[in-house]
Design a protein around this ligand. Structure first.
Ligand code: SF4
Length: 882
């Protein structure tokens, strides 16, 4: 072919046939990308020379000493250029930078010379865009740099050495590519293009029209002898009549998650059946929605995938760590926000913090409470600062956490770290801003910039429609065929709206308009369908990730009557269970769980054999626990399986109790041995309150609480009511000892039995030695006996220890009934008998000693006990089953 030829066909297989049969006539084949190059070499089965237009351009630029910038350098240079331009309309900020960057790409792809927009710009806004464009290109030219977004445009200014090329795989060309091809292609060159006069192929037809104008001769390629599903799919797409060809499915699923799950279930089955991973491709148009789900699914099913697409940085660990750091500072390092940073997988403190969480009694609420050394101060960020200082401070903080330019982990993590550090450096153009403004800025940047998703040697290909151009796969899955996902519908450009673009076009500056973007989406779908050899599976979600209903894609209405893909065979045990096919081994385990919950005796019924030392010392609360559920006592007191500490945001009941006790002790301490009157005590109460507060804050027993200022008023009021009640201090009673630690041994039939405890107050009254125990509300802990009745053991034990006559439970908060109950020999309560009460307590102790000797600690569920128990997951008993 001496002339330059444009060979067209709607079916890529026909064009691939031409490449296979005629490649030997051309020294080099130009393909769309690396994938396409590999495909062409495979098809030709010979040592074919291949390149891409991008590579060709880069070589031409390198020949002239022009360097292609990196993505980050591009942002930096653009920023520098803009700093020196007096803008009339646009503000100098990062959103402007982002919008200009995207418009410049469009202008370069449209091969618009630097000075041209200035001739057509009318308004101040347009003039700003035009000035900046000219200044940017002038700067690049002066510094021998090229923009990576459109290298073909820069190659246009380089001398070309025309040769006979065969061009394959492009679905359409932009103006810069066309002009470049026109310069480098000598006579005899052939460009292949999937073009036809049809609205679906409008982009390709426009390229065809342009090449014809440049003198290229258009020829129709011969039909391929190979019949692929792709060929039939394209035919059906263009003709839109008759039933959907065989081998094509169309499935509607509830959400992108179920869609990915279903598709990957099928891919999993295909690989199990021996299909090679290289023969399968999953096409994803909306990367933000699908790539994270795809990554998750491939990990869950351990499916190898290859994906050169860019995952937004915001989904990566390094970006998340930066956002968590900002959040922790906004929340003043409150417990959970701090954990997000310190226990982050990339933090070098992750293990240390894990250990500290178990040992620190009070959950730290400030950064310094974690005791990470003086250097940890670098993690503190000011509430307001300039972008440059925030950038420096966050980099320092990341280095302290162990994140530098070198990082352990996958290649993707290393790239993500380097991109995050670059972005932090680019903060320098931001003026003073708050932490929240910084967070929003970074969030936007992290969504803008991406990292390659997965690197792997061999696997199922995950690709964008454009990356597929020219390739063929046996099994093709196209995801997300719902309106707004595929086709995507980006919002109108705020700098150059369609009205301006139309005017610019009339003056020779042709940029794509909103309405024309649909042509690109159609070209993408055409490329996807063209790819399939044996099977083509189209799918769509009915709702998006936010739960909004989605219409079917207007691009592929013709395919909606195709049969749906069969539900995938479960790939995991869990999925099989959800489909109602539970494996025998799982059923056995479920049976065992049920038997444990029903407390059936078996090797798994929750009992642990444990030898309690002979000299074990009991406390009343331990005895109550033991009496109510031995397993609970064993787990907490013997095995010391402490529940995970809760972050206190409100005053916990136990802390409140400690506080009341401490204030009352402080109040009565100066009056031991006397009988103070209520007025004196009320007058002294505020000072006692403050002493107790200081004391408990110093010891860490009272954590810093957000609403403490209000809570302390309420507590003070409660104590005032209690102290002025006649029950607080009976007429003539004289406090003798406060907060008395007692330890006492009883000699039971089983041997000695020692218990200890703290008596709140011992006083002398008309009835003799009296023991007082403060309760917050009306609850007195009691042991549940076999017949269901209850037995109170605390004050009887104390009375036996101090040889007392009367025990009184006083409620601090119950204003109706401050005196809850009296026990002991001097109790005058109706129907009460100390002898029988004491005997029952002794019987219970005998029983306890016997059980301990036998080493039996079965769970004994009870509605009240189980509700507040932390060990339900261990004993497998739930309260409702009690
Ligand atoms: S949940 Fe109930 S049965 Fe289980 S250990 Fe706790 S109190 Fe005992």
């Amino acid at each position: 072919m001496p002339e330059r030829t444009l060979l067209i066909h709607r079916d890529i297989t026909a064009l691939a046939d031409f490449v296979r049969n005629h490649h030997a006539d051309f020294p080099t084949v130009i393909a769309t990308n690396l994938l396409s190059m590999r495909f062409v070499r495979k098809e030709a089965a010979a040592g074919l020379r291949t390149t891409t237009l991008k590579q060709l351009s880069q070589r031409m630029l390198a020949g002239q000493g022009i360097r292609v910038m990196s993505e980050f350098e591009r942002r930096k240079v653009l920023q520098q250029v803009l700093e020196n331009i007096p803008l009339k309309y646009l503000p100098f900020n990062r959103p402007t930078l982002r919008q200009l960057s995207s418009i410049f790409s469009e202008l370069m792809h449209a091969a618009i010379p630097p000075e041209k927009p200035l001739l057509v710009a009318r308004t101040a806004r347009e003039q700003d865009v035009a000035h900046c464009y000219q200044a940017y290109l002038t700067h690049l030219k002066a510094h021998l740099l090229a923009d990576p977004a459109a290298v073909e445009f820069f190659a246009l200014s380089c001398p070309a050495e025309p040769a006979a090329f065969l061009v394959y795989g492009y679905p359409y060309f932009d103006r810069a590519q066309l002009e470049l091809l026109n310069r480098v292609c000598a006579a005899g060159s052939v460009i292949t293009l999937t073009s036809e006069k049809h609205r679906v192929l409008r982009k390709a037809s426009a390229s065809q029209h342009e090449l014809e104008r440049l003198g290229w001769k258009v020829k129709q390629a011969a039909n391929s002898s190979r019949q692929t599903v792709g060929t039939q799919a394209v035919h059906h797409l263009l003709e839109g009549q008759g039933p959907v060809p065989e081998g094509i499915t169309h499935t509607a699923l509830s959400s992108p998650e179920t869609e990915v799950q279903q598709v990957f279930g099928h891919v999993h089955q295909l690989l199990l059946r021996g299909v090679l991973p290289e023969d399968v491709v999953v096409v994803v148009r909306d990367q933000d929605t699908y790539l994270p789900l795809v990554r998750e699914a491939s990990r869950r099913l351990q499916l190898p995938i290859l994906c050169g697409q860019m995952l937004p940085l915001s989904y990566t660990h390094p970006a998340r760590l930066v956002l968590s750091l900002i959040r922790a500072n906004q929340k003043h390092w409150e417990h959970h926000a701090a954990l997000e940073v310190l226990q982050h997988p990339l933090s070098r403190f992750a293990d240390e913090i894990n250990l500290k969480r178990k040992s620190l009694k009070v959950p730290p609420q400030r950064l310094q409470d974690w005791k990470l050394g003086e250097d940890a101060r670098v993690l503190l960020l000011p509430a307001q600062a300039s972008g440059a200082s925030y950038g420096d401070l966050i980099r320092e903080a990341l280095a302290f956490l162990g994140l530098g330019h070198t990082v352990r982990g996958t290649h993707q993590t290393a790239m993500a770290v380097s991109r995050v550090l670059d972005i932090l450096q680019s903060l320098s153009m931001l003026e003073k801003l708050t932490l929240e403004e910084l967070r929003l800025e970074l969030l936007e940047d992290f969504m803008d910039v991406g990292v390659p998703t997965v690197y792997s040697q061999r696997g199922v290909r995950i690709a964008s429609p454009l990356a597929l151009s020219g390739r063929k796969y046996q099994q093709v899955f196209v995801l997300g065929l719902s309106d707004t996902l595929f086709p995507q519908r980006p919002g109108a450009d705020v700098l150059l709206d369609d009205h301006i673009r139309e005017r610019w076009e009339r003056s020779g500056v042709a940029l794509v308009r909103q309405g024309e973007r649909m042509h690109t989406e159609r070209a993408y779908l055409h490329a996807c369908l063209n790819t399939a050899i044996a099977k083509l599976h189209l799918s769509r979600p009915l709702f998006d990730l936010q739960g909004r209903a989605l219409d079917p894609s207007p691009l592929c209405r013709n395919f909606q009557s195709a049969p749906a893909l069969q539900e995938a065979v479960a790939a995991t045990e869990m999925e099989a269970g959800l489909q109602g096919r539970v494996e025998e081994s799982v059923q056995l385990r479920a049976k065992l769980e049920l038997s444990r919950q029903k407390l059936h005796t078996s090797p798994h019924h929750g009992q642990v054999h444990w030898t309690v030392p002979k000299n074990h010392v009991w406390s009343p609360s331990q005895l109550v626990k033991f009496g109510n559920c031995r397993f609970q006592w064993l787990a907490e007191k013997a095995l010391k399986l402490l529940p995970f500490p809760e972050v206190e945001k409100n005053l916990q009941r136990s802390t409140q109790g400690t506080f009341y006790h401490k204030v009352l002790e402080e109040l009565l301490r100066p009056h031991v041995g006397t009988h103070p009157d209520a007025e004196t005590l009320l007058a002294e109460l505020p000072a006692a309150f403050e002493r107790a507060e200081k004391n408990l804050l110093d010891t860490g027993e009272l954590p810093p609480l957000p609403h403490w200022a209000f809570q302390r008023l309420e507590l003070q009021q409660n104590l005032q009511n209690f102290v002025k009640s006649p029950f607080f201090l009976f007429q003539g009673s004289v406090p003798q000892q406060l907060e008395v630690h007692i330890e006492h041994t009883l000699h039971l039939q089983n041997g000695p039995f020692t218990f200890r405890g703290i008596v709140d107050r011992i006083e002398q009254t008309g009835q003799g030695t009296t023991v007082v125990d403060y309760k917050s509300r009306g609850y007195i802990s009691e042991v549940r006996k076999a017949d269901g009745s209850k037995l109170e053991v605390q004050l009887p034990l104390y009375l036996m220890a101090v040889n007392g006559q009367l025990g009184r439970y006083l409620s601090i908060l119950n204003r109706e009934k401050h005196l809850l109950r009296s026990v002991g020999p001097a109790s005058a309560d109706r129907g009460y008998s100390w002898e029988s009460h004491q005997q029952e307590v002794l019987d219970f102790l005998e029983n306890t000693a016997t059980s301990v000797d036998q080493g039996e600690f079965p769970p004994t569920p009870g509605e009240g006990t189980c509700t507040l128990c932390d060990y339900g997951a261990l004993c497998r008993v739930k309260a409702r089953q009690a």
